[in-house]
Design a protein around this ligand. Structure first.
Ligand SMILES: Cc1cc2nc3c(=O)[nH]c(=O)nc-3n(C[C@H](O)[C@H](O)[C@H](O)COP(=O)(O)O)c2cc1C
Length: 174
């Protein structure tokens, strides 16, 4: 078992998958439970998660994401969808425009780490045609797809990515 920091270090975006190795049900449940354990404004969890394993639907998602082919190669996609009105009921515009999106993205980030802890990999896909994705997954009105996570067992070891220097990012106030 990796400790938390190793898990974080081992998370890399993977864009090539072993299509013939499905994601086990128990692992998928553990990943989704971890996502749903993330903090959310007012504990409202203003999101829904759509699981897509059907090959035709994954192919259609890949096309809706400007032909990013690894989406159909990955055996499973999780689509994290914000539910703005759920947050707006309590928090008005701030809930609708900010908290619902934050809730959704934090949950997706937790899922990415759980995927690594479960021995798999994922890539966060944000570059897609929103209305086409809604159509493919028959998303109920009022929900908005924010992120697609393509996930599965990796077929490649990705190149390490770089990060900005901490002193460019962090301001230490006296
Ligand atoms: C909001 C967001 C949108 C992204 N959209 C895409 C995408 O459409 N396609 C893709 O291949 N990667 C996408 N990525 C993944 C980033 O390219 C990747 O996280 C970044 O290059 C750092 O690499 P790493 O994840 O391996 O650390 C996205 C990541 C985020 C957070």
């Amino acid at each position: 078992m990796w400790d938390f920091f190793e898990t974080v270090r081992h998370r890399h975006s993977v864009r090539s998958y072993q299509s013939d190795l499905p994601v086990e049900k128990e692992k998928l449940n553990a990943i989704i439970e971890t996502a749903c354990s993330a903090p959310s404004a007012g504990d409202l969890q203003a999101y829904k998660i759509v699981v897509v394993s059907n090959p035709e639907k994954r192919q259609a998602l890949s096309a809706a994401a400007h032909e990013q082919g690894f989406i159909s190669e990955a055996p499973t996609c999780l689509i994290f969808c914000a539910e703005p009105e759920r947050s707006a009921e309590k928090y008005g515009d701030r809930g609708r425009e900010l908290y619902a999106i934050q809730d959704t993205t934090i949950a997706a980030a937790y899922a990415q780490l759980a995927i690594v802890a479960a021995g798999m990999a994922s890539t966060w896909v944000g570059y897609f045609d929103e209305s086409r994705v809604k159509d493919i997954i028959k998303l109920e009105d009022g929900l908005c797809p924010i992120a697609i996570l393509a996930l599965g067992y990796p077929a490649e070891l990705p190149e390490p990515t770089t990060r900005r220097r901490l002193d460019e990012i962090v301001t230490q106030l006296d």
